[in-house]
Design a protein around this ligand. Structure first.
Ligand code: AHG
Ligand code: MN
Ligand code: MN
Length: 328
């Protein structure tokens, strides 16, 4: 009789064991578990690259400028290649939209596959060379009808799951479905993501606000009033990597804001593969996500790289920001 309390048995299940144990929730979404296994596998490869980036010679820019008009880092390209290949091999993705690809990629021979994926392969690229946490962000939609590039222009409320990976002091994968938000920590000794944060819910209160205060003078009067209110009662934390700032907000509570400003009238962050997946996660965890004027999950992108202001976290704090903006 195997002792279940013996130190040999893992006290936490692996992602694979979780997907098997939660088979009922994936029964309506056959194949999504394969997509998540594919993403986790690619994330382990990226984690390995991130941990030894300077030694592996993958630091620094490529010299290219992407469709966003941003300098492309080597890891941006490597992350894109690894995730695209993993999603292709899963056989469950019909089409994908990626921050580093100008257009929707229709996966050849997979027109009937059950899902679409939208993703930011490496978020926080400006931080790669200085050992500051970076991340990857994913949203997943069930395919309906014939695949076309327009198929991916869907409101975030139609996502069936969302996830992010944060490559920080530890590497974590956080997964949200309509049932729950669960966090998995990469155990490098066994090369598996292990369930470490089951059933994540957003803590009440607003201990932290997270915004780039350098842009203060560029915000509208309403946003300036809202941030002044947060400044009066919260502590400031701003990493400059969205996934990192979001992960702290999800686990500790608070609010993150990347408002529109005079230089970036639509904001900087992208609706489809940054704001919508994180909005899905925060709402599932009990929080809120807004552009300042409307619920992020209700917004349908006109284009895959469309930008949006993002105010996300504690519901009361988000509502306060919306009220200030509305008084503008
Ligand atoms: P990405 O590296 O995918 O382009 O995203 C960078 C984003 C986001 O991670 C972060 O919140 C924001 O850029 C920081 O922008 P500022 O430097 O303007 O504050
Ligand atoms: Mn990003
Ligand atoms: Mn990116």
């Amino acid at each position: 009789m195997v002792e279940t309390s013996s130190p040999v048995t893992q006290p936490h299940s692996t992602l694979d064991e979780f997907l098997i144990a939660e088979r009922d929730r994936f029964r309506e979404l056959p194949g999504l578990d394969d997509v998540l296994r594919a993403v986790a596998g690619a994330a382990e490869r990226i984690n390995h690259l991130v941990r030894r980036a300077s030694l592996a010679g993958v630091l620094g820019a490529t010299g290219e400028i992407n469709v966003q008009g941003e300098v492309v880092q080597q890891l941006d390209n490597l992350g894109t290649e690894l995730f695209v290949e993993a999603l292709r091999r899963s056989g469950r993705i019909a089409a994908l939209a990626c921050e580093e690809l100008g257009d929707v990629l229709l996966i050849e021979g997979a027109e009937d596959a059950p899902f679409f994926a939208v993703f930011d392969p490496i978020d926080g690229s400006s931080n790669i060379d200085v050992a500051v946490p970076i991340g990857s962000i994913f949203g997943f939609y069930a395919r309906s009808g014939k695949v076309s590039p327009e198929s991916l222009l869907r409101p975030g409320s139609e996502q069936v799951a969302a996830a992010y990976i944060v490559y920080g002091s530890c590497t974590m994968l956080v997964l949200a479905t309509k049932e729950s938000v669960d966090g998995f920590t990469l155990d490098e000794t066994i090369g598996e993501f292990v369930l470490s944060h089951p059933g994540i819910t957003l803590p009440a209160g607003c201990p932290y606000y997270s915004v780039n205060e350098a842009y203060q003078d560029r915000w509208d009067a309403g946003m300036q009033r809202a941030i002044a209110e947060l400044r009066s009662r919260c502590s400031l934390r701003y990493v400059g990597s969205l996934v990192s700032d979001f992960h702290r907000t999800l686990l500790k509570g608070g609010i993150f804001a990347y408002p529109a400003d005079k230089k970036q009238p639509q904001g900087k962050l992208r609706l489809l593969y940054e704001a919508s997946p994180l909005a899905f996660i925060i709402e599932q965890a009990g929080g809120a996500a807004s552009s300042g004027r409307e619920r992020i999950l209700a917004m349908t992108p006109d284009a895959i790289h469309q930008r949006t202001p993002l105010i996300i976290g504690d519901s009361e704090a988000v509502a306060m920001v919306e009220q200030c903006v509305a008084q503008d």
